[in-house]
Design a protein around this ligand. Structure first.
Ligand SMILES: [Zn+2]
Length: 426
């Protein structure tokens, strides 16, 4: 009996001591100042050698790189950075503790409020789903809710079509917006929901956006990964597909390397455990195949495609291997209009938006949504990296409203510019 009590006592103590984010115990995050393109290559080589988790790739003289490293590899990382003459600093000393504190912050935020809306918070999948159902029910005149199909684990992946003519007026261009392909980039989900809310609010100043365009918004491409990042591993990025014939222990693929655009050529890893593993073949992930199908079904009319990520204040366009599209001047123009529309509304501590080719600004990639849309003929195709206000993936919920509203200014401006180019073409 006494021994049994000891066991109970031990379990109680363990429950108190064991943290949800223990898997990140001993991990730290380091900021690295980059001054030229060679440094980016260097970081990329370290990524594979020291198994770094790159939180931000950085842009020489504009944005620091941010890398997470295990305790075992910290000394090697420091030595290699010092040898290379790179300035660096500790951004997070203890990743596990940082996320424990972030959890407390989120709970306190929720406790202090009643009726928090899903776009003011970090909603779970079920809350996103309920919100989409509610919006469709309350605005049947302009909203159609579509179930694209099940995720790998069976969650319905839904998107809204917003139109004053129920998509019957085929003279209008379409704005296609997607979010949450990378599970851990939580702040992009409320941002995508807020775009829906703004459109259904039908404020007088936004009315032209409905009159001149139709909208397709898919707020959560990767619900399985997103839920896993809530329940089990906060920094999960990939899908959750399971292919025992390829790996018995590593799940998923990087959804944003999985599209059929120079698939698996550059900026990927063939290791199925890597965060940039593109999957065994293009569109192996059912989630990205739905995005493809939406693009293909509306190809004649989608004028602009925007895939929302976090973080870094970037608006980038293709291609991931540094080739440029023939209409790069238009692409750059619309991205610049968007960035310039957001900047006046940002808080002072955020950097100004930077726009440009994704390879030149950030890093080489292949198989990303931005490139696929461009390849199949969507004229304006972008990746949007939202601000983080100094909090990396731990953006406090109190900043969500700010990020939503400043981003809305950019989306609205990009929509208006896209319409002008559409009219010039048609
Ligand atoms: Zn991302």
């Amino acid at each position: 009996m006494l021994r049994y009590s000891y066991v109970i006592l031990f379990l109680c103590i363990y429950a108190v001591v064991a943290g949800k984010h223990d898997v990140y115990k001993g991990y730290s995050v380091h900021g690295i100042k980059l001054t030229n393109a060679t440094h980016k290559e260097f970081i990329h080589s370290l990524e594979l050698e020291l198994d770094l988790d790159v939180w931000q790739h950085g842009t020489p003289k504009l944005r620091d790189a941010m890398v997470m490293v295990s305790r075992e590899n910290t000394v090697s990382l420091m030595e290699k950075l010092d040898t290379m003459g790179l300035d660096h600093y500790v951004h997070l000393r203890d990743v596990a503790q940082a996320f424990e504190e972030h959890d407390l912050e989120i709970s306190a935020w929720k406790r202090g409020r009643s009726n928090v809306l899903p776009f003011e918070d970090y909603p779970r999948y079920a809350e996103v789903d309920a919100y989409l159902e509610k919006v469709a029910q309350e605005h049947p005149d302009i909203v159609t809710l579509v179930n694209a199909g099940p995720s790998f684990e069976g969650r319905a992946i839904k998107y809204v079509k917003i139109s004053t003519s129920n998509f019957a007026d085929t003279s209008k261009p379409i704005y296609f917006l997607t979010a949450t392909v990378h599970a851990r980039e939580w702040v992009v989900t409320p941002a995508a929901l807020y775009m829906i809310q703004r459109l259904v609010d039908r404020r007088p100043e936004d009315q032209d956006l409905l009159d001149s365009m139709d909208w397709i918004i898919l707020p959560m491409i990767n619900p399985d990964g997103y839920e896993y990042s809530h329940t089990t591993m906060r920094l999960w990025r990939r899908t959750r597909s399971f292919r025992p014939e390829i790996s018995s222990s590593c799940y998923g693929a990087d959804g944003n390397r999985n599209y059929d655009a120079a698939f698996a050529s550059v900026g990927v890893s063939s290791n199925p455990c890597s965060d940039i593993y593109p999957g065994p073949s293009a569109f192996s992930e059912v989630e990205t195949s739905y995005v493809r199908d939406i693009m293909q079904a509306n190809l004649q009319r989608i004028q602009i495609f925007m895939d929302i990520h976090s973080y870094g204040n970037y608006i980038t366009y293709g291609f991931g291997d540094a080739r440029l599209s023939p209409n790069v001047a238009q692409q750059h123009h619309v991205a610049a209009i968007m960035g310039a529309a957001i900047d006046p509304y940002k808080l002072p501590q955020a950097p100004y938006y930077v726009v440009g080719n994704s390879n030149l600004l950030m890093y080489e990639t292949s198989g990303c949504a931005q490139d696929y849309a461009q390849t199949i003929g969507i004229p304006l195709s972008y990746t949007l990296e939202l601000p983080e206000y100094g909090f990396d993936f731990r953006v406090p919920p109190s900043y969500i409203g700010q990020i939503n509203s400043e981003t809305w200014h950019g989306v609205a401006a990009s929509a208006r510019a896209a319409v002008l180019y559409y009219r010039a073409r048609n």
